[in-house]
Design a binder for this molecule. Structure first.
Ligand code: NAP
Length: 501
């Protein structure tokens, strides 16, 4: 059991946060940081601490990666059925505790309780999905073209893996990596974001409870991400890095991984265009824009960041979107009826306010929102801007907030050019009822994913990922486990003809 469940007095009536372990999890033991240091986890609705967790240093990181390396042979030798059973049991345990885990997530991250519960279900689905994938790790047997040899191909675990996750989906970004790692037989060290360590610590405790062996999953929380992770990456003990976060940090990590030629999966930033043609079903398009924009208060890599609307319908679309947005209740995520919680921290709130001011200075009109409210917490109101210039800062940067910028367009060629004019390529959304146009757009958009008449593409059974500077590799679906497997080919001579008699 955990030591150091030293929850700071907080705003958690049921005590969900106080039940979460707050130490590092290394080699199957909950241990404090070697330095004894701890850091506070803040509730973004109030800015006040809700828990205090161990603040790992480089030595703790080293111990964690050593533990993962030591446990690798044992985990690789387990049967697929055994690994699938752990993942299925973890799925059940997470769903059983969904209410409590959702409360923890809302308190550390800010999203409304109903959304947090939705993320718990989504996160748990990765465990169940990869339980199935563990049983489907395939190989091959092939006759050489000349007929004189056979090719046997097998898939083996990549080896100890480092998993780094962001704060915006504190549980799902973890299970999307831990699920396939366990399914493939890879041990891991997970490092959640310093703003939201509690959800991951709770998950790691559940994995240990369902029988995942000591050392197979280790967790390190820290406020010194670079100092702790770089020696782990360069150690030569880890063979894989799976990272979800910003493109800026992703590039730094890719350079570090080059030294040991590590396998990498990179789920990085986005700048999603959301395109509405005049022939679209406008009810669907408004509902889709609300989902694509407001999921997670706009703090999602898949968030609609640029909304292009064909000229004849831009006014009506803007009016209807502003109506929906202004009807959303803003407040602490724990309060009944709240649809929009706080942003993650004051830096996020300041950035969103600056981006809106820049767009307004460039000629955009505010249809709703646009003012930082008084009072505690890092709130920003749902905001719709129209007439946003393609040169506005928010057209080139992730807004990561509840702000919908509308830009009119007149032709398909023009909007395709605007949509692709970005170094990012994670997801694009298109609303049209014209099948030919839908196919042309789906093929022409430079993105790893396209939402066609739908505003949410994430699904544990689908391959999630980006192209260009949005990333490398895919998570989820049948491809997700491939990221944690190496292919080995065995060339076999013969068979020679049988010697009769
Ligand atoms: P971030 O600053 O890149 O941080 C992501 C993670 O990397 C955190 O755990 C962070 O630790 C860690 N980190 C920071 N600097 C590091 C370093 N030098 N070495 C090793 N690790 C380091 O991103 P964020 O602001 O938390 O998350 C938002 C970004 O994630 C957005 O760009 C969003 O689009 C992207 N995202 C992408 C996807 C996807 O699937 N494509 C999904 C979700 C989010 P600390 O906590 O200490 O900062």
């Amino acid at each position: 059991m955990s030591e150091g469940r030293a929850g700071v007095e907080g705003q958690d009536p049921g005590g969900a946060v106080d039940r979460v372990p707050t130490d590092l999890f290394i080699a199957g033991e909950w241990v404090p940081a070697g330095s004894g240091e701890r850091f506070d986890v803040l509730d973004p609705a109030t800015g006040r601490p809700i828990a205090s967790v161990a603040d790992a240093g480089p030595d703790d990181g080293r111990r964690a990666v050593e533990a993962a390396a030591a446990a690798q042979p044992e985990l690789a030798a387990t049967s697929p059925r055994e690994r699938a059973d752990w993942l299925n049991a973890a799925y059940v345990a997470v769903m059983d505790r969904a209410d409590e885990l959702a409360m923890v997530m809302t308190l550390e991250m800010g999203k409304p309780l109903a959304e947090a519960k939705g993320e718990i279900t989504y996160a748990a689905e990765f465990l169940r999905h990869f339980a199935g994938e563990a049983l489907r790790i395939e190989g091959g047997y092939q006759t050489a073209p000349a007929g004189n040899a056979r090719f046997l191909t097998m898939r083996q675990p990549v080896g100890p893996s480092l998993l780094i996750t962001p704060w915006n989906f504190p549980m799902a970004m973890g299970t999307r990596k831990i699920g396939p790692a366990i399914a493939a037989g890879c041990t891991s060290v997970i490092k959640p974001a310093h703003q939201t360590p509690l959800s991951m610590l709770a998950l790691v405790e559940i994995l240990a409870e369902v029988g995942v062996p000591a050392g197979a999953v280790n967790a390190v929380t820290t406020t010194h991400a670079g100092e702790v992770m770089e020696p782990m990456i360069r150690s030569g003990l880890a063979r894989k890095l799976s990272f979800t976060g910003s493109t800026k940090i992703g590039k730094v990590l890719l350079e570090q991984c080059a030294e040991r030629v590590m396998r990498t999966s990179m789920e990085l930033g986005g700048n999603a265009p959301f395109i509405v043609f005049a022939d679209a079903d406008l009810d669907d398009a408004v509902a889709g824009a609300m989902a694509a924009k407001m999921r997670n208060m706009g703090e999602a890599c898949t968030a609609a960041n640029r909304i292009y609307v064909e000229e004849p319908v831009v006014e009506e679309f803007g009016r209807r979107l502003a109506q929906e947005m202004s009807a959303l209740t803003v407040g602490p995520g724990t309060q009944e009826g709240v649809k929009v919680g706080p942003l993650i921290d004051d830096a996020a709130q300041t950035k969103v306010a600056e981006l809106v001011q820049d767009a307004v200075d460039g000629g955009a009109q505010v249809l709703t929102g646009g003012e930082v409210p008084d009072g505690e917490g890092y709130f920003y109101p749902p905001t719709v801007l129209t007439g946003v210039s393609p040169d506005a800062r928010m057209a080139g940067e992730e807004i990561f907030g509840p702000v919908a910028p509308l830009t009119p367009f007149t032709t398909e060629g023009e909007v395709l050019g605007l949509a692709n004019d970005t170094p990012y390529g994670l997801v694009s959304y298109v609303y049209t009822r014209d099948l030919d146009r839908a196919l042309r757009m789906a093929e022409g958009l430079e993105a790893g994913m396209v939402g066609l008449n739908q505003g949410v593409v994430s699904n544990p059974a689908a391959p999630f990922g980006g192209i260009k500077e949005s990333g490398l590799g895919r998570e989820g679906g049948a491809l997700g486990i491939e990221e944690f497997l190496e292919v080995k080919y065995v060339g076999i001579a013969g068979p020679r003809p049988a010697q009769e008699g």
